[in-house]
Design a protein around this ligand. Structure first.
Ligand code: TTP
Ligand code: CA
Length: 366
């Protein structure tokens, strides 16, 4: 059987990199993107930061006031999250990925697995060049940099990717899997959180190598059959989860700038029609049905709003998007007197035609 060759691409410091993309002057400064809770000017948490800010100890999840303190006197730039913008960039990259893989599975806004076995004919040597090509292409077309891990399955690709960032490219061939995983702490495995790693620690299992040597029956005794077997297989780098587009928890959206600021429904819908057609093309190509339709508007004062509607039965046609978008904009314009500058449409709540099996398919190797 030919090797599987799986890639995991993870965009570097994603939200902050997007901000650098639209404002390159930020590049050399510490950039912190945060969610402002709105209570006071400083309350809220860090979503992410660029690597310049990370050098000073800024971390995701940290309170903003603490990040400010760490970056005092540094000309640091603090920005609020702009999910619509990051989604747009993410969508463009994911679309490029699809062209490079037999299967692509988007895991989050900034992570995707690519099954490239056929493209590289099972060769890890070729996979390296291929990964480089994808990176160069995305950098040229979108301007975003990311890290890639390549391995014989998703589990190894993910850990490989995490081991070298930013702009990393880490290849782990089947022969190297054991040596690569063995010294790593157990929490690097998906599913090993604080509680489980404490439990493992008490069994003297500290590294993935320790786990691989541990008696499988004992593991099953402690963690139950499903988890016990999963940990056992994972410790050996065994994983046969397929790379498949889940279609869940995703959205497809487009945003555009109006030729001129406007409060006129017909004028706005003209722009929207092109965006909708584009969205529809993607929805159709992925064979998805959707349950939510949303609109996005940036007003002349640069404030932004979204409105959405959930439809009763999952739909897959362009007319449903158009109809709902029209109703949403009509209502929105009635409520808001300001002119619009940018507009967007998004569909989400996807289901697929064929049943989607997303189960841990485990295999046992004694
Ligand atoms: P990550 O991939 O964890 O982080 P990152 O892309 O910022 O940095 P890198 O991969 O180079 O280490 O998360 C992806 C995005 O998710 C991140 O840009 C912002 C968001 N995020 C949060 O909003 N809160 C969080 O606590 C984390 C970890 C991420
Ligand atoms: Ca990332």
């Amino acid at each position: 059987m030919r090797n599987r060759v799986v890639m995991l691409a993870d965009f570097d410091y994603f939200f902050a990199q997007c901000e650098e993309l639209r404002n390159p002057a930020l590049k050399d400064k510490p950039v912190v993107v945060g969610v402002y809770s709105g209570r006071t000017e400083e309350s809220g948490a860090v979503s992410t930061s660029n690597y310049v800010a990370r050098k000073f100890g800024v971390k995701s999840g940290m309170p903003l006031f603490l990040a400010k303190r760490k970056l005092e006197g540094m000309e640091a730039v603090f920005l609020p999250v702009d999910h619509e913008y990051y989604d747009q960039i993410s969508d463009r990259i994911m679309q490029i990925f699809r062209g490079y893989a037999s299967n692509m599975e988007q895991v989050s806004v900034d992570e995707a697995y690519l099954d490239v076995m056929d493209q590289v004919e099972g060769s890890f040597e070729k996979a390296k060049e291929y990964a480089q090509k994808i990176k160069t292409d995305v950098r040229k077309q979108v301007g975003i940099c990311f890290s890639i891990g390549v391995g014989p399955n998703k589990l190894v690709a993910k850990i490989a990717c995490d081991s070298q960032k930013p702009d990393g490219l880490t290849i782990i061939t089947p022969d190297e899997v054991e040596r690569f995983l063995s010294p790593l702490p157990v929490y690097r495995l998906l599913g090993v959180g604080k509680k489980i790693s404490t439990k493992m620690d008490s069994l003297n299992i500290k590294t993935i190598g320790d786990l691989a040597k541990f008696d499988v029956q004992k593991l099953i005794g402690v963690f139950g059959k499903t988890l016990g077997l999963y940990f056992y297989n994972a410790s050996k780098g065994n994983d046969n989860e397929p790379v498949q587009e889940t279609g869940e928890a995703q959205s497809i959206g487009r945003i555009g700038t109006l030729k001129q600021d406007s409060h006129n429904l017909d004028f706005i819908l003209q722009k929207i029609d092109t965006l909708t057609a584009d969205i529809f093309k993607e929805v159709q190509s992925k064979n998805l049905s959707f349950k939510q339709v949303a609109i996005y508007a940036v007003m002349t004062d640069l404030s932004s709003k979204t409105r959405s509607v959930t439809i009763e039965q999952a739909a897959k046609d362009q007319e449903t998007i158009k109809k709902n978008v029209k109703v949403l904009f009509e209502k929105f314009l009635n409520e808001s007197p300001l002119g619009l500058r940018r507009v967007g449409v998004k569909v989400s709540g996807f289901t697929r035609e064929e049943p989607n099996q997303k189960q841990l398919t485990l295999f046992f190797q004694g």
